[in-house]
Design a protein around this ligand. Structure first.
Ligand SMILES: Cc1cc2nc3c(=O)[nH]c(=O)nc-3n(C[C@H](O)[C@H](O)[C@H](O)COP(=O)(O)OP(=O)(O)OC[C@H]3O[C@@H](n4cnc5c(N)ncnc54)[C@H](O)[C@@H]3O)c2cc1C
Length: 420
């Protein structure tokens, strides 16, 4: 049964933030014998976890190579080397199995619960918290931190005060603030002397200057190649799922490059070229078109192009190259066939901006890594303070990497808070 605690309680470990990282940290601290309290400002735990993977919860990734795994977190990934080697995807899968969640890895290596429900993952974590006798305090917001002689003495909540020997902050980043992680907790962290690296939306869709994407809203390309260009120079090529939206572009291939796009935008205009036929060269496409025109000369262009791209897209794309969708394939000039072939290899869009934190799946920036010990997740500034999850300056690609960060750092922080 859940218990509400009062101010005069003293704990060994107080975990602030009841998201995935906080729940894991609290379970591990309690498992190691600590009297543990988990403090969450919302009326329920794990609001963001419930949204993850479109409600299916892509909780980890089946990448086993540690170096490849850390590379999925960009240049800060090496910070996670220890946490992932102690409690990586394999350990996370075993942990979830032990608490009653069977998982499966899909072809893409994304790991999901077999039930396909984030709610099952959350319920299993809550059950485990209760089994480990973690005190869960909901509707309680940490509003202040009181430090004395280089240690946190207590935290002031909206409903009282809590003191503990050790504190683990797992208050998340700034993305999807409606879930509770609105970034306000960073102000508290700064009070302890920590620095916070600039917070930026990460894994975020792109708004384009061209408005024709609106007509393609919902059209998904399973395997597109994008080339990011700036000042006419190729900066990065990447492949994966792409989604057209009413404002521009989304889908894994865009989300995963949004950090780079955000960086580039600071110095000037950014273009994205989409190659919808990455496995074919321009020449091969031209030959396929020539063959098609020969065998089906009376076919209308809109139907002819639907062999190469979703029908809805064919109609819109013909408009962008000023051709009549009802034109017969056989009447296409050499020049027009070239134009079509080019379209299948390169559709250019200009980035207007990245969408903001409201639509970002993660936050880039956070508590500076050089102020945290990567072997323990302990603060290098305050001896009884630990961090886990998205609060730290780590953000991963889509594919289960962000939740894996929570399990790995949560595990490490929870155990270390008891042993150090
Ligand atoms: C729509 C969406 C889908 C996603 N899908 C996936 C996915 O499929 N796979 C994946 O790996 N990642 C996914 N992510 C990212 C992943 O959900 C996050 O990285 C993860 O939830 C971060 O966990 P956390 O515990 O660090 O922080 P959060 O989940 O943000 O939890 C922090 C908690 O702290 C609480 N809190 C904040 N301030 C205070 C305070 N002062 N006092 C008390 N409590 C406080 C908040 O209310 C919140 O509950 C998704 C994100 C979004 C937005």
């Amino acid at each position: 049964m859940e218990r509400r605690e009062t101010e005069d309680q003293k704990y060994n470990v107080a975990v602030v933030g009841g998201g995935p990282a906080g729940m894991m940290a609290a379970i591990k601290a309690a498992e190691a014998g600590a009297k543990t309290i988990l403090i969450e400002k919302n009326a329920r735990l794990g609001k963001k976890l419930l949204l993850s993977g479109n409600g299916r919860c892509n909780l980890s990734n089946a990448e086993v190579d540690l170096r490849k795994l850390t590379s999925r977190y960009g240049k800060n990934g090496s910070f996670l080397y220890h946490a992932l080697s102690v409690f990586g995807p394999k350990e996370a899968v075993s942990f979830f199995k032990e608490i009653g969640i069977e998982t499966k890895a899909e072809k893409t290596r994304k790991i999901f619960p077999v039930s396909g429900k984030a709610e099952d993952v959350l319920n299993a974590l809550i059950k485990e918290l209760k089994r480990k006798k973690v005190f869960i305090l909901r509707g309680a917001e940490a509003e202040d931190i009181v430090c004395e002689k280089g240690l946190i003495k207590k935290i002031v909540l909206n409903i009282g005060e809590i003191s503990a020997d050790k504190y683990i902050f797992c208050t998340g980043g700034r993305s999807y603030p409606s879930t509770g992680s609105d970034g306000k907790a960073f102000e508290l962290i700064k009070k302890t002397g920590h620095s916070v690296k600039n917070l930026e939306p990460a894994l975020v869709p792109v708004e384009t200057k061209e408005k024709w994407t609106k007509a393609l809203q919902g059209v998904a390309l399973g395997d597109a190649r994008i080339i990011i260009r700036q000042f006419g120079k190729k900066i990065k090529t990447s492949k994966g799922g792409l989604l057209f939206t009413h404002f521009g572009l989304s889908g894994p291939v865009i989300l995963n490059q949004s950090r780079l796009i955000g960086e580039l935008l600071k110095s000037g205009e950014v273009k994205i070229s989409i190659d919808i036929s990455p496995s074919l060269s321009c020449e091969q496409i031209e030959n396929i078109i020539k063959g098609g025109v020969k065998s089906r000369p009376n076919e209308k262009l809109k139907n002819f192009l639907a062999d190469f791209m979703p029908r809805k897209m064919a109609l819109v794309m013909i408009g962008t190259i000023d051709l009549d969708p009802n034109k017969e394939a056989g009447s296409l000039s050499k020049e027009q066939k070239k134009k079509i072939a080019f379209l299948l290899k390169r559709i250019d869009l200009t980035v207007f901006s990245l969408l903001g934190f409201d639509m970002a799946m993660a936050t880039a920036g956070g508590v500076l890594l050089k102020e945290i010990d990567d072997k323990t997740m302990r603060s290098k500034i305050i001896n009884n303070l630990f961090f886990a999850g998205e609060i730290i300056d780590i953000d991963g690609e889509t594919g289960g990497f962000n939740l894996q960060n929570c399990w790995s750092t949560g595990h490490l922080a929870g155990q270390s808070a008891v042993s150090f």
